[in-house]
Every structure is written in structure tokens, then in C-alpha cells.
Write a protein that binds this ligand. Structure first.
Ligand code: THG
Length: 292
């Protein structure tokens, strides 16, 4: 699993003010910490950056490149800011992201082509979020087709099916898993990624790791290539690196519908088993799902 570190983002209480003040220290400390924690890519999320986006993205790319050689993921909806960042990237950059909205798709693809960048195809259409796995498949085919048409190879495309919070819509949580399994057939050679932490948005902070790790194991089962994650969750990084094979096996058995007596499991394994039940829709989500 390729891990993209999520913590350099404008919403963060330490990074947000540092970006605005162009204070390099917190930004560089964070980038170094993410690289040391095992990040393969570092996401630079400056948000919509309506004002001053170009100068900000150029600054943050240069600032981070002074302390790490990791490839960067440029995370903004401001295409001018994106372009300003792409111009100064030393490694092949990953654009995060291009959606299928009619006024965004073509300009985004043209920029990706111009800079020979990799690109995340966010499955967000003219009417917003896809309703189910089949609509995701239609969007993905459309995206890859249009990218290929202007000369972007499929290997440069990372499809993001859009993860929604488990506390909001369980059918969307299931649709994402289902779609991930379909992708290798509908777009062979295409990569994939997702904002993993979205799954636990709105959940008590101490419980978020169980949802994040379990959902990652479920997506891995179906071939998810990468994820944007909290790399400071050391257990999650170990799972992604294949260092928790027994736990992964347990989660995959449960996904296959095998009946496992939760009372027979260790307390820690039981937490994952309960989380699988929630994420497959077998039991309802509540903030106390680990106890029931
Ligand atoms: N798909 C793609 N890009 C994305 C997302 C996606 N980029 C943004 C987001 N979703 C992924 N990045 C984050 C970054 C932080 C958090 C979640 C997703 C997060 N942060 C903590 C919080 O909000 O409580 C802590 C914030 C802090 O650092 O202080 O949850 O889906 N392509």
C-alpha cells in the first residue's frame, strides 16, 4: 500500500497559521516527521486557496523540498495554484485532484498533460457524489477515457472513489469497497487512492484508528493501491507494510462472511471484528460500537 501523508493541511491548528505566516519551521518539521514515519508521498493541502494560492503553493513546495526528497501530492481545487506548484516540483508530482465537473475536467487534464504529472481522478460528477458502485464505475470509465484521449497514459491515473463517513451513509461506505473490486476490470492498469480518514470523520478521536485501520484492510483486500492517511498511526503503517498478517487474515475472513465467535477472540481482535461488522453494514454504527 502506497501511503500519502495527510497532516500538512491548512485545517490543522499548527500548519494553518504557519502557512499563512510563511513560517517554514512547523511546515518542515511536519514534512520531516511524516517522511520518518513512513510516508511514500507528502500531501500539501492548501484548501481552495482563493486568495494568493499561487504564491502559497509555490512557497510550500519549495519549503518542503528543502528537507525531504519524497514526492509530493498537491492538494487544492485552485488550478492556478496547482500549476504554480507543479512548476517547482523536483520529482514527478501527483495532482490532487481533478473531478468530473464539466468546467474542471478538461482544464485539469490539460495541466496534467502539460507537466507530465500523475493525477488523482476524483469521482465527483456534475451532480456531485456518485450514488453507488455502478455510478462510480461509469465515472471512472469516463475519466480514464477522456484522459487517454488527450494522451495521458492510464498508469498516471489514480482513481479516488470518495470515502464518506461511516456515521453518515453506510451504503456509500459499502459502495466504495464494492467499486474498488471492480476497478481492475473496468480500467486495467489504473491506480487508486482515497482519503482514508474521511471514514472516521465525526467519530471520537480515540476510536478513529479502529475505523481507519479496518477500512484500509478491507480496501486492500479489493486491490486499493494507495491511501491518504495519518502516518503517525504507527499500527496503521505496520498493517499497510504487511507486518500484521494475522489481523489482516481475520478481517478478510470476516469480510467473506465467515462466522467468528467474537467472545473467542482477544479483546483487541474483538474490536476489529466489531468494526468489520459496522463497516459491512451488519451492525449499526454508534459511538459505542466497540463495546456492543
Ligand atoms: N480525497 C482526496 N484528497 C483529499 C481527501 C480525499 N484531501 C483532503 C482529505 N480528503 C484527506 N486529508 C485529510 C487531512 C486531515 C484529516 C482528514 C483528511 C483529519 N484531520 C484531523 C481532524 O480533522 O480531526 C486532525 C486535524 C489536524 O491535523 O489538526 O481528520 O478524500 N483525493
Amino acid at each position: 500500500m502506497i501511503l500519502i501523508a495527510e497532516s500538512l493541511n491548512i485545517m490543522s491548528q499548527t500548519i494553518g497559521p504557519a502557512l499563512k505566516a510563511r513560517d517554514p519551521k512547523p511546515v518542515q518539521e511536519m514534512a520531516k516527521a511524516e517522511a520518518a514515519a513512513g510516508a511514500d508521498y507528502i500531501d500539501l493541502n492548501i484548501g481552495p486557496a482563493r486568495k494568493d494560492g499561487e504564491a502559497l503553493m509555490e512557497w510550500v513546495v519549495k519549503t518542503v523540498q528543502e528537507v525531504t526528497d519524497k514526492p509530493l501530492t498537491l492538494d487544492t481545487t485552485n488550478l492556478l495554484a496547482m500549476e504554480a506548484g507543479l512548476k517547482v516540483c523536483k520529482n514527478k508530482p501527483l495532482m490532487n485532484s481533478i473531478s468530473l465537473q464539466p468546467n474542471r475536467l478538461e482544464p485539469g487534464l490539460n495541466v496534467a498533460k502539460k507537466y507530465n504529472a500523475e493525477l488523482i481522478g476524483l469521482l465527483w460528477g456534475a451532480e456531485g457524489m456518485p450514488r453507488d458502485a455502478n455510478e462510480r464505475a461509469m465515472f471512472a470509465v469516463d475519466f480514464v477515457y477522456k484522459a487517454n484521449e488527450i494522451g495521458i497514459p492510464t498508469e498516471n491515473i489514480w482513481i479516488d472513489p470518495i470515502v464518506s463517513p461511516v456515521s453518515v451513509e453506510i451504503n456509500q461506505v459499502k459502495a466504495c469497497i464494492e467499486f474498488t473490486a471492480m476497478l481492475k476490470d473496468i480500467a486495467p492498469g489504473c491506480k487508486s487512492t482515497c482519503g482514508l480518514s474521511n471514514i472516521s470523520n465525526g467519530t471520537p478521536a480515540n476510536l478513529r484508528p479502529y475505523l481507519n485501520r479496518t477500512y484500509m484492510m478491507m480496501l486492500m483486500r479489493n486491490g486499493m493501491y494507495s491511501a491518504i492517511v495519518d502516518v503517525f498511526d504507527t499500527e496503521l503503517v505496520k498493517i499497510a507494510r504487511g507486518e500484521r498478517p494475522e489481523l489482516v487474515k481475520l478481517v478478510h475472513r470476516l469480510m467473506d462472511g465467515e462466522q467468528v465467535d467474537i467472545a473467542s477472540l482477544s479483546p483487541e481482535d474483538a474490536k476489529y471484528a466489531r468494526t468489520v461488522r459496522v463497516l459491512t453494514g451488519a451492525s449499526l454504527y454508534s459511538h459505542s460500537w466497540l463495546e456492543v
